[in-house]
Design a binder for this molecule. Structure first.
Ligand code: 26Q
Length: 817
């Protein structure tokens, strides 16, 4: 290795310098000139010019981390929903306007370019986007953090709506190349599967395995208003042997590449659900693949500056984003004990101090378990390690609890009821020094219900860290009009300290501010209106109330409650078209898991209702229903800033936190919502008078369930609800296929209405009337909207990450001076 210092050009970011960089990158990076360049080439050249400017910060951060021998956080997540990087990087570097001008001087419209960039959609929903917001916040705060995950070749599927139905097409996001990543072919680790274990001398060996290489791809994550950055390292599978040579020589070319393709499948695509058994096995391989490479990588990095494992736990924090990366625990035990020959007890002590785990769901059926048989076949050594951890744990608890066998059965890492399965959440809790929920309510219910036994055993482990979102992407970047207005009135510091938004409270009664606020929102609504006209050929009135429910389609999130209300309102308008209706556009967006039948039927119902409502001349502009396809980070950045009303209407006790609720409120939407997840904390922060809270609380839901819930009675007693449900049942919206929605009817009326849609219907309809009343008074509405923005300080991911850093990871920011 050479120690000569590199002499490279320090890049400045004047318009001229940027234009020259783009030109250089076009010539020498892309290999084209202005004559032959396509729009994608311009994007690529401009992205490389921006990336060059991030690299100096990145190298500096990495060097300081080594010099200061800092503790590093490894944030392990199966999902990172980063979205687009171009604009985000420009804003982080503070060179947005210069770049726009530089491109303009080259005859290129930057706004057109930015729309060409594909989303990095390496996630399903909230959990994946949370990981992306956390990377942004960690970099901004200078917390030495690394995101670790999988470089899926195919991200979240693209959703199209064809004849009212969701059609999934593959998202090959790497088609045009990814200018943001650095491939690291020199960083590869062997990952093993299968085989068997043997005892040799003092140690266990895992032999006769098949293997695949994990190769690193790095992406720089810039911080805002700091030169600190951090790294997202994603693993890609590479076959250990390119070709089966004997097959190749026989002329069997198909077989020659089969093995390579099979082993590389492990990082091929993001799993949207776990409905098939072949899919489940591949998913297990994915989980192990990325944590094995990650654990090997963190040991290598630690060993660059240390010679023993004595200070391992002082230098490394490993965070598990849900249970998906839990195999990191037995994998690190295996590496320490079998490979590095650390005694079991010492290895376990370090692990307990290093690991922490975030739970994101209370629904017992959503807790991850793995079939013992499958683990035995794929990861025999890990299963042995899990059994040993379990034996020691149950022994200790048995002694403490006076051998309470029922309790021991409940907390065991192995579920012995029926086919034996490993409970991944239990493993995570036993190995972690901290376990957190993602909102106050969720954390309370977590220790009261699903993890009650563990909370009694280890009360000090359980804690709450309410989620947050990055204000850089979700306000500064997504809503230029509103953020420019805020800058003008209170300065730009809110981007780094969101509590600054509280200063807007003093402006709540300032008429000129309110007027400018309305105008900024209106610009966002017009931008959306134009895009809907272009892309969906639907026309909506930008002065109507924009009512948004944007999130994964799931029964617990209750899109059905919203649709039922739309139907009731439609019937009311038809009965009294001349009444003073507040014009509304009800928008839905979200994907349904490909195997989730009911979710897909709900999309179909929204489509059929919108066809009926939007074409009814009696209704006109009083009500429109729009399904915006392909919801993802970029679509969210377009539609959230245009929202007046935010629908957060999950059955209380089911939505762990929600983060869309925060994005919408930060953009000045008023929330109609249940007392669920983070809605409760938003309500406390912005004032109940500035929200429309309705419905059963989590305790009331429980009480109603125990008392015996009878949805059919509600159907029979509420005439408006009954008509709407009968319309669904009898094909009023689907005359071509009258029974299409019969199951929706039966789910709600006859099969128990698990999510209590009917129980909350009347209260929801009343709350919607309150919404109309407020909207009729633009001043009152704007006052509430401003109060929402002003109250959002605590929902910055910076606050969230600060709490993780101090309370869980015990890490300090890097000294950048
Ligand atoms: C598990 C096994 C096999 C295949 C897929 C999965 C899987 C994938 C994704 C299970 C769960 C998820 C995603 C969960 C999720 O997004 N949860 C949301 O997390 C947010 C961040 O904490 C919360 O705000 C939401 O309330 C919660 O629903």
């Amino acid at each position: 290795m050479t120690t000569v210092d590199l002499e490279f050009d320090q890049l400045n970011s004047t318009v001229d310098a940027l234009r020259r960089s783009i030109s250089n990158r076009m010539m020498y990076g892309v290999g084209k000139d202005a004559v032959t360049a396509h729009p994608h080439d311009w994007l690529h050249a401009a992205a490389l010019a921006v990336r060059d400017r991030l690299v100096a910060r990145w190298m500096k951060t990495t060097r300081l981390q080594y010099e200061q021998d800092v503790k590093r956080v490894y944030y392990l997540s199966m999902e990172f929903l980063i979205g687009r990087t171009f604009t985000n990087a420009l804003l982080a570097l503070g060179i947005h306007d210069q770049m726009k001008e530089a491109l303009a001087s080259l005859g290129v419209d930057m706004d057109v370019l930015t729309e060409l960039e594909p989303d990095a959609a390496l996630g399903n929903g909230g959990l994946g986007r949370l990981a992306a917001c956390f990377l942004d916040a960690m970099a901004t705060l200078g917390i030495p953090g690394f995101g670790y995950g999988i470089r899926y070749e195919y991200g979240m599927f693209r959703q199209q709506i064809v004849n009212g139905e969701q059609v999934e097409t593959p998202d090959y996001w790497l088609r045009a190349g990814n200018p943001w990543e650095f491939p690291r072919p020199e960083i590869q680790y062997l990952v093993h599967f299968g085989g068997r274990t043997v005892q040799r001398d003092e140690h266990v060996e895992w032999i006769d395995t098949e293997h695949v290489n994990a190769m690193a791809y790095d992406t720089v994550i810039p911080g805002y208003a700091t030169s600190a950055t951090n790294t997202l390292r994603l693993w890609s599978a590479r076959a250990t042997e390119e070709l089966d040579l004997s097959a190749f020589n026989r002329g069997d070319y198909r077989r020659a590449v089969d093995a390579k393709n099979m082993s590389e499948n492990v990082s091929r695509l993001l799993y949207p659900d776990d409905s098939t058994s072949a899919g489940r096995e591949l998913r297990l391989r994915q989980e192990y693949f990325f944590v094995s490479a990650t654990m090997q990588d963190l040991i290598r990095r630690y060993m660059r500056t240390h010679s023993t494992f004595g200070r391992f736990h002082e230098k490394v924090a490993v965070h598990l984003n849900d249970t998906h990366p839990v195999l990191a625990i037995p994998e690190l035990m295996r590496l320490l004990v079998d490979v590095h020959h650390v005694p079991w007890e010492r290895a376990w002590q370090s692990i307990e101090q290093m690991f922490s785990y975030t739970n994101h769901t209370l629904m017992p059926e959503a807790l991850e378990t793995w079939d013992v048989e499958m683990l035995a076949r794929l990861l025999p050594r890990h299963l042995e390690i899990i059994f040993e951890i379990n034996a020691q744990f149950l022994k200790r608890v048995g002694e403490q609890s006076g051998h309470d066998t029922e309790m021991i059965r409940r907390i065991s890492l192995i579920d012995e009821y029926g086919q034996r399965r490993v409970r991944m959440a239990h493993l995570a809790i036993v190995a972690s020094h901290k376990v957190n929920g993602v909102s106050k309510l969720h954390s309370q219910l977590m220790t009261r219900d699903i993890f009650a036994d563990f909370a009694r055993l280890f009360p000090e482990r359980f804690t709450n860290v309410t989620n947050g979102i990055t204000p850089r992407r979700w306000l500064a970047q997504a809503s230029r009009p509103l953020s420019a207005l805020i800058d003008e009135r209170i300065g730009t510091h809110w981007r780094s300290d969101l509590f600054d938004l509280a200063k807007l409270r003093d402006l709540a009664d300032d008429a000129s501010f309110a007027e400018a606020f309305r105008e900024a929102k209106r610009q966002n609504k017009i931008r959306l209106t134009q895009r809907l006209a272009q892309q969906l050929k639907v026309t909506v009135d930008p002065d109507a109330l924009f009512d948004l429910q944007v999130k994964r389609i799931h029964e617990y999130k209750r899109q059905l409650l919203n649709v039922l209300h739309v139907i009731v309102r439609y019937n009311q308008i038809r009965a009294e078209p001349e009444k003073d209706w507040v014009p509304r556009v009800v928008m839905f967006a979200g994907k349904a898991a490909s195997a989730y039948r009911m979710a897909k039927t709900i999309i179909r119902l929204i489509g059929d209702v919108s066809a009926k409502v939007n074409h009814d001349p009696l209704v006109g502009d009083r009500l429109k229903v729009v399904f915006v396809p392909n919801y993802g980070v970029s679509v969210a950045e377009l539609i959230i800033p245009a929202a007046d009303l935010s629908e957060q209407i999950s059955t209380a006790g089911t939505e762990a936190s929600g983060t869309g609720n925060m994005k919408l409120a930060l953009n000045g939407a008023l929330t109609i919502g249940t007392l669920d997840g983070a809605n409760i904390e938003i309500c406390d922060a912005v004032g109940r008078e500035n929200m429309f809270i309705f419905g059963h609380t989590a305790d009331e839901v429980d009480a109603l369930r125990s008392a015996g819930y009878r949805p059919r009675q509600l159907y029979e007693e509420n005439p408006e609800l009954r008509v709407a449900l009968d319309q669904i049942r009898t094909g009023f919206f689907s005359p071509d296929d009258p029974l299409r929605f019969a199951d929706i009817f039966h789910t709600l009326v006859d099969w128990g209405d698990q999510y209590m849609v009917l129980a909350d219907f009347a209260a929801f309809a009343q709350a919607q009337n309150d919404v109309d009343a407020r909207f009729r008074d633009p001043h009152a509405w704007t006052r509430s909207a401003i109060a929402n923005v002003a109250g959002m300080g605590q929902f910055s991911a910076d606050r969230t990450i600060g709490e993780y850093a101090r309370g869980i990871w015990h890490v300090k920011p890097l000294d950048m001076s």
